[in-house]
Design a protein around this ligand. Structure first.
Ligand SMILES: [Zn+2]
Length: 81
C-alpha cells in the first residue's frame, strides 16, 4: 500500500477510493496523522469507498495514529461558499 500518496483530485473529477487496486467512487475521507513524522497541524487524507472505509480506518487505528472519518459529501459541502 502506498501510504504516502496524497489524494489530489481535479475539481469535478470523480473521487476514487485510496485502497490499492480499488476504482470505486469514494464516499468517505479518512483524515489521519502520523505523530512520529507529522507536525500536530498536519493532516493526511485518504479517500475511501463504502467497502474500504473500515479497512483503512482500522489500518491506521492499529498503528495508534489519530484517525477521523468524514463523509465526503460533508467535506465537499464545507469547501463550497
Ligand atoms: Zn475501495
Amino acid at each position: 500500500m502506498s501510504a504516502e500518496t496524497t489524494a489530489a483530485q481535479a475539481p469535478g473529477a470523480p473521487v476514487v477510493c485510496s485502497r490499492a487496486g480499488c476504482r470505486a467512487e469514494a464516499r468517505w475521507q479518512v483524515v489521519w496523522r502520523n505523530p512520529r513524522i507529522h507536525e500536530a497541524s498536519r493532516r493526511k487524507i485518504w479517500t475511501a469507498c463504502d467497502a474500504h472505509v473500515a479497512y483503512l480506518r482500522d489500518y491506521l487505528a492499529a498503528r495508534d495514529f489519530p484517525v477521523e472519518v468524514v463523509a465526503l459529501s460533508d467535506a465537499a459541502a464545507e469547501a463550497r461558499p
